[in-house]
Ligand binder design. Structure first.
Ligand code: FIX
Ligand code: ZN
Length: 423
C-alpha cells in the first residue's frame, strides 16, 4: 500500500456518502439497451412532450382510469392522446406512478416549471428546440456517453435507412435485433426470399446456411455490438421447433464467428391484451435451465441476459455465478422501478460482486434517458453506500479511485470488456 493511497482512504460515512454520490452522478454511462435512434433515422427518433405522454407505459395506466373504447383512443391524433393522458393521469389524480413521475423528472431537469401544469407551455418549449442541440443537451443532462439502439432488419422503415446509409452520430451504437427471424419464421421467410436469400419454409441445410448468410450480411452492414432476441417464459433449450433450430444452427454459430454476445431477454408474454397494442405485453416466470444448458453446451459463445419476472432474478444471479460467458444486465421494463432496482441490485452485488451491468434505460423517447438514469442513479447511490459502509465496518479501507473503478465498470466497463473477451 503506497503512502498516497493510504492518504486517500475514506474514513468517515460522510466522506463516503459524498464520494459515492459525486462519482455515481459524475460518471458518464453507456446505456446498453434502448429503443432510441440517431437523428439521421428521421422520424424513428421519438422526442418531445407528446411522445413522452403517449409512452406505452402511460397508455396502459391511462386505460385503467377510463371507460373510453380502445378504438376512440387509437383514432385520436397524438396530441389528443397526450391531452387525454395528461388530464387523466396528471390532473385528475396525482402522478405518483414511476412512469408519470418520470415525465415530471424530465420536465424539471430540462428547466421547465412543473408547478405550472401547463401542457401547452411545455409544447411550446419543445417546439423551439432544434433536434441537434436538444440531443446534446439530453445527453449532457443525463450524463450519457452513448446509447445502444435496437436495430431490426425486418422493420421496413428502418431497413430503408440502412439501404441508403448516411453518417450516424457516433454516440448511437447498433445492436441487431432478431425477434422476427427467430419467433416468426413461418410468416416471414418469404421476406428473405424477396431479398435474394434461397430459403424455404422447412429449415433445410440450405435454408439454414442462407439464414447465416443473411445474419452475416447484416452484421457486416450495421456492425452491432450484440445480437438480441426477446423470448417468452416458455422458452426452452434445446427445442425442436423453428425457434430452437434457428437459434442453435444460425444465431449461435454466427455470433460465435463474429465473437459478439447474444443478448437474451426472457419472460415476455406478448400481446396479452391486443387492444392495448404496444402496451399490451405482459410477464411470466421462466426457467433458468435453458440458459444454463446454452452456456454449458456453448462455452465459447458469449451470452448476456435479463429476466422480466421478479421471481426469476435470484435464480438468474445463481446461474450467472456458474458461467463466465454469461453477463446479467439491467432491470428490464416492469422491473425498472426504484423499489425493485434496489432489491435486485443489492442481490446482484451480494451474489456477483461487481460483475454485472446494473441497468439499461430501455428509453423509447429521447428525453426518457433523463428520468430513467436519474431514478436509477438515486437508487445506486443508496445501494452502493450501504455496501461500502458494510466494508468499512470490517476495517477495510476504500479509496475514491476504487469507488470510481467500480462505478465505471458498472456504467460501461463491464460491457466493453465483455465485448472484447474471447473464451
Ligand atoms: O423487447 C423489448 O426490448 C422491450 O423492452 C420492449 O419491446 C418494450 O416494449 C419496452 O419498451 C420496455 O421497456
Ligand atoms: Zn427494450
Amino acid at each position: 500500500m503506497t503512502e498516497k493511497n493510504r492518504n486517500n482512504f475514506l474514513f468517515s460515512r460522510e466522506q463516503l456518502a459524498d464520494t459515492v454520490e459525486k462519482i455515481v452522478r459524475g460518471t458518464p454511462i453507456t446505456d446498453i439497451h434502448t429503443h432510441l435512434y440517431a437523428p439521421s433515422f428521421g422520424s424513428l427518433l421519438l422526442w418531445g412532450i407528446d411522445e413522452l405522454l403517449t409512452y406505452h407505459y402511460l397508455v396502459a395506466e391511462f386505460f385503467r382510469t377510463t371507460e373510453m373504447p380502445y378504438s376512440n383512443f387509437w383514432n385520436m391524433s397524438k396530441k389528443e392522446q397526450a391531452n387525454a393522458i395528461w388530464q387523466s393521469l396528471f390532473l385528475e389524480r396525482s402522478p405518483i406512478s414511476e412512469a408519470c413521475r418520470g415525465v415530471l423528472t424530465v420536465l424539471n431537469r430540462l428547466g421547465l416549471d412543473t408547478t405550472e401544469r401547463d401542457l401547452n407551455a411545455y409544447r411550446e418549449w419543445f417546439s423551439k428546440q432544434t433536434l441537434e442541440e436538444h440531443v446534446n443537451r439530453v445527453f449532457e443532462v443525463a450524463n450519457l456517453k452513448s446509447v445502444v439502439m435496437t436495430n431490426d432488419p425486418f422493420d421496413l422503415l428502418e431497413r430503408d435507412f440502412w439501404l441508403t446509409p448516411v453518417e450516424i452520430d457516433s454516440r448511437f451504437i447498433t445492436s441487431l435485433r432478431l425477434d422476427t427471424l427467430v419467433l416468426r419464421w413461418i410468416e416471414i421467410y418469404p421476406m428473405l426470399q424477396t431479398w435474394g436469400y434461397t430459403v424455404d419454409k422447412d429449415l433445410t441445410d440450405e435454408t439454414l446456411s442462407e439464414i447465416r448468410r443473411f445474419m452475416s450480411d447484416w452484421i457486416q452492414k450495421i456492425k452491432p455490438v450484440y445480437v438480441a432476441i426477446s423470448l417468452p417464459p416458455q422458452f426452452d433449450f434445446p427445442e425442436h421447433n423453428p425457434r430452437g433450430i434457428i437459434l442453435e444452427q444460425a444465431i449461435l454459430p454466427v455470433t460465435k464467428f463474429f465473437n459478439i454476445p447474444l443478448a437474451l431477454m426472457i419472460g415476455v408474454n406478448r400481446n396479452v391484451n391486443p387492444e392495448l397494442r404496444l402496451a399490451g405485453d405482459s410477464v411470466g416466470t421462466a426457467s433458468l435451465r435453458p440458459v444454463e444448458h446454452l452456456c454449458e453446451k456453448y462455452p465459447q459463445n458469449k451470452f448476456m441476459f435479463t429476466m422480466l419476472s421478479r421471481e426469476n432474478v435470484h435464480s438468474a444471479c445463481v446461474t450467472a455465478r456458474k458461467f463466465r460467458n454469461l453477463l446479467p444486465f439491467g432491470c428490464w421494463w416492469f422491473l425498472n422501478n426504484p423499489s425493485l432496482i434496489e432489491e435486485i441490485t443489492t442481490m446482484r452485488i451480494e451474489l456477483l460482486g461487481t460483475t454485472f451491468i446494473p441497468q439499461h434505460s430501455d428509453a423509447r423517447v429521447l428525453e426518457q434517458v433523463i428520468y430513467k438514469w436519474e431514478h436509477t442513479r438515486q437508487v445506486l447511490i443508496k445501494v452502493l453506500m450501504e455496501q461500502y459502509s458494510k466494508l468499512l465496518a470490517t476495517g477495510w479501507k476504500i479509496t475514491e479511485d476504487e469507488i470510481q473503478r467500480d462505478v465505471s465498470n458498472f456504467f460501461g466497463g463491464n460491457f466493453w470488456k465483455f465485448l472484447e473477451s474471447k473464451f
